[in-house]
Design a protein around this ligand. Structure first.
Ligand code: CMC
Length: 428
């Protein structure tokens, strides 16, 4: 009887013993609960997956009440302080921190794959001058599947590793091309002697100088932001990556879909929405009226709240510290004052306190990006670049998990019962 759940179906008086494993019951175990033998059996109804584990995962751990985030068991605070993005990506993908030799090989491989095929540049030139960079980014990631048809070989470990390297290496290049396209500047070529973040800054901001030298503070800040955004277990975009991947599509197509999921303002588009919100508030005296509108149900305080965190998002705490170091180089973002005041009010206000709404990763990241010279519509792209590592790690884990099959939820049909077709002239 231990580790089981006893369910009594009051419709029939029958009892069922359902095994409990890892604090969970299998939804399919409920199918035996029926009133008549020709019934489908009991299902669970869980729109938005509020209480459904769709996989067993060993990649990221979140304790939402305590505000804990770990990658492969390592606290995010330690990784942000002591690791680098490429090392963290290796950890997420392969489960362990690399040795010095493994790291040298890994980072060398990534940096050797940063160039884009010239036809990709041509493809990107086809976008309108004012195309949103996230739209360009996600379409181009999808288009990569046509450049690398070998990616369809998803059950080859060697092929998966090659696509992993290509995606992590090329994500910053595509992002930078999208940025340069939108401001009408020629595309830059990668400088593979720079770090991953340093090269990205080079791709974005190099003008006529022969060699671009990234500011070490900004380069480090970007690297830390990349670590913080690298994975976050089964969020909306990762679930999309796994769902598309479960049909055995290639990883480029799956990542295009994941990026589209990230684009929305409730997910990775929130950092962009925060900046637009802060601009709209405009000055300190408008804050009380804005908070009143949010509490009245007119819009949301963007960058606040989280499905899993019911305390301060640990990433937001680290980002606040990164912001200070960036502002020392770039000067303070004038919107910071408004953000700090919003946070102060929200953390004391009954509406936000009772709903456990705290700042999330997106609340302060946009202020840093803006201070670094990024236009607001680049913010979600800056989220997508590092999340590439997490998406692929999760995709790989899904593909190699014998429990997984094509994702295919059930529904409760609430439409019309069977009826016969009526010719058009006889319809009322
Ligand atoms: N501002 C005002 N009220 C809010 C907010 C907010 N940002 N977030 C949630 N609420 C209220 C919501 O109205 C509801 O109130 P009530 O119970 O009176 O109806 C209650 O809090 C619970 O909200 P919910 O919508 O049921 O929560 P959820 O888990 O479905 O949504 C969320 C999570 C992140 C989508 C939501 O908090 C939100 O829209 N936040 C703003 C967008 C944002 O910052 N997104 C970034 C998330 S972190 C990065 C990432 O993962 O992409």
């Amino acid at each position: 009887m231990a580790d089981t759940l006893t369910i009594t179906d009051n419709r029939t008086g029958r009892q069922y013993q359902i095994p409990i494993q890892e604090g969970t019951i299998r939804a399919t175990d409920l199918r035996q609960i029926k009133v008549t033998s020709d019934e489908f059996g009991m299902m669970t109804y869980d729109p938005a997956f509020m209480n459904t584990a769709a996989c067993r995962s060993a990649i990221a751990f979140i304790d939402g009440d305590k505000g804990i985030l770990e990658y492969r068991g390592y606290p995010i605070e330690q990784l942000a302080e002591r690791s680098g993005f490429l090392e963290t990506a290796y950890l997420l993908l392969f489960g362990e921190l690399p040795t010095a030799a493994q790291y040298a090989e890994w980072s060398g491989e990534i940096m050797r794959h940063t160039m884009l095929h010239t036809n990709i540049a041509k493809l990107m030139e086809g976008f309108r001058h004012d195309a949103h960079p996230m739209g360009m980014f996600l379409s181009t990631v999808g288009a990569l599947s046509t450049f690398y048809p070998d990616a369809k070989d998803i059950f080859s470990e060697a092929s998966r590793r090659l696509q992993t390297i290509r995606l992590i290496a090329k994500a910053p290049s595509i992002a930078a091309y999208a940025f340069r396209h939108s401001i009408g500047r020629p595309y830059n070529q990668p400088d593979n002697d720079l770090s991953y973040a340093g090269n990205f800054l080079n791709l974005l901001f190099r003008m006529t100088e022969a060699r671009y030298q990234p500011d070490p503070v900004l380069e480090h800040a970007l690297d830390v932001l990349f670590i913080l955004h690298a994975d976050h277990e089964q969020n909306c975009s990762t679930t999309t990556m796994r769902t598309i991947g479960s049909s055995q599509a290639d990883p480029y197509s799956a990542m295009a879909g994941a990026t589209a999921a990230l684009y929305g303002p409730l997910h990775g588009g929130a950092n962009e929405a925060v900046l637009r919100m802060l601009n709209e508030i405009g000055s300190m005296q408008n804050i009380p009226a804005f908070i009143k509108r949010v509490k009245g149900g007119e819009g949301r305080l963007m960058g606040f709240g989280h499905r899993v965190y019911k305390s301060y998002d640990p990433r937001a705490k680290i980002i606040k510290r990164v912001a200070d170091s960036v502002f020392e180089v770039t000067g303070k973002n004038p919107l910071l004052e408004i953000a700090l005041e919003l946070e102060k009010i929200a953390l004391e206000d009954e509406y936000f306190v009772s709903r456990k709404l705290y700042p999330n990763v997106d609340f302060y990241s946009g202020l840093i990006y803006q201070a670094m010279g990024f236009p607001v519509d680049m913010f979600p792209v800056l989220f997508a670049i590092p999340r590439t590592a997490g998406w692929i790690a999760q995709w790989e884990e899904m593909l190699t998990d014998p429990d997984q099959k094509i994702a295919r939820p059930r529904q409760i049909y609430v439409g019309r019962a069977r009826r016969d077709y009526v010719p058009r002239e006889r319809r009322a």
